[in-house]
Ligand binder design. Structure first.
Ligand SMILES: Nc1ncnc2c1ncn2[C@@H]1O[C@H](COP(=O)(O)OP(=O)(O)OP(=O)(O)O)[C@@H](O)[C@H]1O
Ligand SMILES: [Mg+2]
Length: 323
């Protein structure tokens, strides 16, 4: 297995008495799109700033590409592109000129990459316009373009889809997946847009009050929630009795209208077994569907719960008291 491209150990950042990031152990596999999720004030930006050497940890370490960021930021961040919060540009220069100014600070090939990165983010037609005339979404894209100038192995983006409209969001999704699937880069992005993250990311960490509550692949996280087969039928009372008696069904829940959820496996075999049993018992079945909780439901459970769930994380110390 390849070593993780980002790895933190007991990473902590304190502002006075307040912990913004607390004892975080994060492990991000290379070649994935990794989502870093958490409510406002959870510590996402603070952690990202430490990864990019924009802030110093109070204690603990952050390693990027195997190199301790605080000890050797230049080597750690050589092939890393970042965008933190809203990217800032020279407003009176064009998008392309802003990239040229940035490229001058990088390696010799950076300038030659400008046409390709502008095309990558869908700004090739507007690169000649002043940034002061750009919309918020165009600035976000220019920020990603700038982060791509160093031809990074790893792209670290703080809330990159801020301010994008639905069409922009869909394009953004496609762009990020392209960076990962076609170009083999790793993308680490923070967000609180759960739907977006569920569609884009392969793996996630959920952070709350500076502590990582859970991390792992999207699949693992969804499967750790409630799953089952949902049926819509004409005789809920009788169906309840039938489903309760079936092997592999651990519970049955009443859903809206005439629907029931048989908690348990979501395989085709399970669905067929349930349908057969209901029909044999004389229950009319209108529909049968696989049910999984959304990332949003999982997230709300995890961030509402006081203790972190499994995933190798130690329980957090008591929450800091403000003031
Ligand atoms: N420079 C600073 N000085 C003091 N406190 C800070 C500083 N930067 C961040 N904090 C505090 O650290 C905590 C985490 O902030 P951070 O910006 O990392 O959260 P976030 O998860 O990025 O939130 P959002 O979703 O709103 O961007 C907050 O309580 C914030 O007030
Ligand atoms: Mg933030």
């Amino acid at each position: 297995m390849t070593p993780p491209i980002i790895e933190t150990e007991s990473l902590t950042k304190r502002f006075g008495q307040r912990f913004a990031v607390r004892e975080v152990a994060l492990s991000v596999p290379a070649g994935t799109c990794f989502g870093f999720l958490g409510p406002n004030g959870a510590g996402k930006t603070t952690l990202i700033r430490m990864l990019l050497a924009l802030a110093r940890p109070s204690s603990g370490t952050a390693r990027v590409r195997g190199v301790d960021v605080a000890a050797d930021p230049v080597r750690a961040l050589r092939r890393v592109g970042g965008m933190v919060e809203e990217p800032r540009f020279y407003p009176y220069l064009t998008g392309r000129q802003n990239l040229e100014a940035w490229a001058a600070l990088l390696d010799r090939d950076a300038r030659a990459r400008i046409p390709a990165v502008l095309a990558r983010v869908g700004l090739e037609a507007r690169g000649g316009e002043r940034v002061s005339r750009y919309s918020l979404g165009m600035r976000q894209r220019l920020g990603v373009a700038r982060a791509l100038l160093s031809d990074p192995e790893l792209l670290i983006l703080d809330e990159p889809s801020n301010g994008l409209d639905p069409a922009g969001m869909a394009e953004f999704r496609e762009m990020i997946r392209g960076l990962v699937d076609q170009e083999g880069r790793t993308v680490f992005l923070s967000s609180h847009l759960l739907d977006e993250v569920q569609r884009i990311c392969d793996a996630v960490a959920i952070v709350n009050h500076g502590t990582v509550m859970v991390q792992g692949s999207m699949r693992e996280l969804i499967e750790a929630g409630e799953t089952g087969i949902e049926v819509d039928c004409d005789d809920v009372g009788r169906a309840l009795g039938v489903l309760h008696g079936l092997p592999g069904v651990t519970a049955v829940r009443n859903r809206a209208g005439s629907r029931l959820l048989a908690v348990g496996s979501t395989t085709r075999e399970a669905a067929m077994g349930i349908t057969r049993a209901l029909v044999e018992a004389g229950v009319g079945v209108a529909s049968v569907a696989k049910y999984e909780e959304s990332l949003e439901q999982r997230y709300l459970q995890i961030t509402a719960g006081a203790t972190p769930s499994s995933g190798g994380m130690p329980p957090p110390p008591p929450a800091p008291v403000a003031g």
